[in-house]
Design a protein around this ligand. Structure first.
Ligand code: ARG
Length: 280
């Protein structure tokens, strides 16, 4: 159990939690839990934290956001940058890692706030003041920006899109959604659940453009939507963090410690290189 398990070793665990869950081997030993591990005993040491399931870091995400998190069609397992990051975090904490079934993006922060289902959400979630009212975030683990995507050869710009005749699509509840509302007030903003459906809609002319995280736009256009273009990069200066309940501050501390270790021991660099071809 010491070495990282391959993603093939994710296994389905029916009925483990509220519904069936995907188990991701984290390579951590569940027997190595120390005083910092699961604790529901109020008499235990101060740095103890609670977990939904003993020995396991239970993760929830919206799994349609490549290269950060997506389902491998063949195996049905979650894959991506964030999946590697949270597996490595869990491994550092001596925990197994288990993904709940896919959830809509705009339910993730409320679900962590509510508690009881998942310990953390890692889903390319931008740290925002508004979200910080509901949940705590780990230290940022990646910088990001937004992109406007339209058909290749399109003459659209930010200015032409800000018109009552224009439909601009986004994933509902995202910072892209907020950006459209604030910066294209004259356009019709169309929030949808699924990024692939949104991009397909831009491809077929249903929407004039999409606003989405830049790394996702780059990845999706290179891999699946070669007839679309990034017509503008928007320097929003966002940072991704892992969302954790405010009732579990020591879990945030333990996750931060794991992230710190991953930065200093090269784990983070190797995950970045794997997914982005270089460190960011
Ligand atoms: N970074 C953006 C936000 O936080 C988009 C995240 C979408 N993530 C996802 N897994 N669908 O709003």
């Amino acid at each position: 159990m010491k070495n990282s398990m391959s993603r093939r070793q994710f296994i389905l665990a029916a009925g483990a939690l509220a519904g069936s869950a995907v188990l991701a081997g984290c390579g951590g030993s569940s027997t190595s839990s120390s005083s910092t591990s699961t604790n529901t005993d109020s008499s235990a040491s101060d740095d103890s934290y609670t977990l939904v399931k003993d020995g396991t870091l239970t993760v929830v995400a919206e799994l349609g956001f490549a290269p950060f998190e997506y389902m491998n069609d063949q195996t049905g397992d979650p894959e991506g940058f964030d999946v590697d990051v949270i597996n490595a975090v869990a491994e550092k904490m001596g925990l197994q890692c288990e993904y709940l079934p896919n959830q809509k993006f705009d339910t993730l922060v409320p679900l962590i706030k509510q508690g009881g289902k998942a310990d953390v959400s890692i889903a390319a979630i931008t740290i925002t003041d508004e979200r910080e009212e509901s949940v705590d975030f780990s230290e940022p683990y990646l910088d990001s920006n937004q992109a406007i995507v339209a058909l290749k050869g399109s003459t659209e710009t930010e200015a032409t899109l800000n018109d009552a005749s224009k439909q601009v699509v986004c994933q509902g509840g995202t910072t892209g959604n907020d950006w459209i509302t604030e910066n294209l007030p004259n356009a019709t903003c169309v929030p949808v659940d699924d990024v692939t459906a949104a991009l397909t809609g831009v491809q077929t002319g249903l929407y004039n453009a999409m606003v989405v995280d830049l790394p996702v736009a780059k990845y999706m256009l290179t891999n699946s939507f070669s007839d679309l273009d990034i017509i503008e990069e928007i320097a929003t200066g966002e940072q991704y963090g892992i969302a954790i309940s405010k009732d579990n501050p020591n879990l945030t501390k333990a996750v931060n410690k794991a992230l710190e270790d991953m930065k200093s021991d090269g784990t983070m660099d190797s995950i970045e290189t794997k997914w982005f071809g270089s460190t960011i």
